[in-house]
Ligand binder design. Sequence first.
Ligand code: G3P
Length: 217
Amino acid sequence: MQLFLDTANIEAIKKYAAWGTVDGITTNPSLIAKEGVSLESRIKEITEVVDGPISSEVVATDYEGMIKEGREYAKWHKNIYVKVPLTEDGLRACKTLSSEGIPVNVTLIFSAGQALLAAKAGAALISPFIGRLDDISQDGMELIAEIVTMLSNYSYDAKVLVASVRHPRHVIDAAQIGADICTMPPEVFDKLIKHPLTDIGLEKFLADWEKVKDLQK
Ligand code: G3P
C-alpha cells in the first residue's frame, strides 16, 4: 500500500519524507489556504522534496476553467496529478485531461456509483472521503470495501486513494481491504509510529546496556 501525506505544510512534508515512507502528497484548497501561500509556488516546492504523485486541485467549477487550470498545473512538474471534484464538469474535465496524458485525481467521492463514473472517465486516482462519512454516521470503510471489490472485477486504470483519514485504524482497515493508497494528515503518521511498548522496550534495552557498556572496550 502506498502512503501519501495530506498536507501543504512544507516543514511537515520534509519531516515525514525523511522517514522514507511518503510515496506522494495530496493537497486541496483548504490545505493551501491554511498555509497562506501561493498554490503554484508551494506545489513547486513540494516537487523538490517528494518524488511521487502530487495532487493539485482546480478551483474552477466549469469544464473550460478546470481544463485551463489542469493544463497549467501539469506544466509545473511531471509528477502533478490534477485534482477535480466529482461533478458533471469534473467528470468531463477528467476525461479530457486523462486523454491528454495528464493524470487526474477525482475527489469528493462519497458513493460507489461516483467512484465507478470516475474510473470510467479515466481517473488515475479516485478519492473517497471516509472520515467525512463517519462524521455523519455512515461507515466510510464500507464504501472503501465496496469500491475495491467493484473495481477488482474490471481493469480500470484507477487506483483507490483513501482520503479524509482520521486515525491509524482507518489506515490498517484500508490496507486489509486492499486499497491502493491511503493519504493521511501528519498527526496520523505520528500515531502510526508511536507505541508505548516500543518506548518502554528501548528504555529497558539502554538501561541494561549501561550495565555492560564498559566491557565492550
Ligand atoms: O484531501 C482531502 C481529504 O483528505 C480531506 O480530509 O479531514 O478535510 O475530511 P478532511
